[in-house]
Design a protein around this ligand. Structure first.
Ligand SMILES: CC(C)(COP(=O)(O)OP(=O)(O)OC[C@H]1O[C@@H](n2cnc3c(N)ncnc32)[C@H](O)[C@@H]1OP(=O)(O)O)[C@@H](O)C(=O)NCCC(=O)NCCS
Length: 146
């Protein structure tokens, strides 16, 4: 299993996972735009040329925002999500990012537990943030300014 930066060539596989997992998936164009930006970090975990999971971060000065985290349905609960997030946090810290924010659907207990294990704490709610279905977002932050 290797960790590396996401490339445009990965987008066929990424879109397959994205469309399987999310009610409102990001588009290929959305990913492409973010991949070509300077202040982003998109990582994938790959095994035998197969993408197992990916995550993304948008960075502004010393703060980051998690944009995506996903692990193929048939490879969840093996620690890949934890590995991706832990790696992204470490690499972001090396670039001077010491505070990371994210938002997550209130019902997404697996993801919330993962983030809490990684040191994120809840610091707010954004009402009706998500659509299809409409749901509140839990805001979480890890780092010096909570
Ligand atoms: C959220 C998500 C990324 C987590 O990825 P993952 O690879 O399953 O995460 P992990 O394997 O690190 O942890 C998930 C669970 O598996 C458990 N686990 C990890 N390794 C394990 C192993 N070897 N054996 C048994 N269980 C294991 C973890 O303890 C954790 O348990 P918990 O849910 O009881 O807390 C994944 O579920 C996903 O893609 N969900 C859909 C998309 C999504 O919701 N993304 C987040 C949007 S904010």
């Amino acid at each position: 299993m290797i960790l590396r930066e996401m490339l445009a060539e990965d987008l066929d596989q990424v879109m397959e996972i994205e469309e399987d997992l999310f009610h409102v998936p990001w588009t290929r164009e959305g990913y492409f735009t973010f991949l070509t930006k300077e202040n982003t970090m998109f990582l994938v975990v790959e095994e035998k040329k197969q993408i197992l999971g990916y995550c993304g971060l948008l960075m502004v000065l010393d703060e980051g925002d998690v944009t995506n985290v996903a692990v193929r349905r048939d490879r969840q609960k093996e620690g890949i999500g934890n590995f991706l997030m832990e790696s992204m946090i470490r690499l972001a810290e090396e670039q001077g990012v010491n505070t990371i924010h994210l938002e997550v659907r209130q019902s997404n207990e697996t993801a919330i537990r993962l983030y809490e294990r990684l040191g994120f704490t809840r610091d707010g709610i954004r009402r009706n943030y998500y659509e299809n279905p409409v749901e509140d977002a839990i805001l979480m932050t890890r780092g010096t300014v909570a």
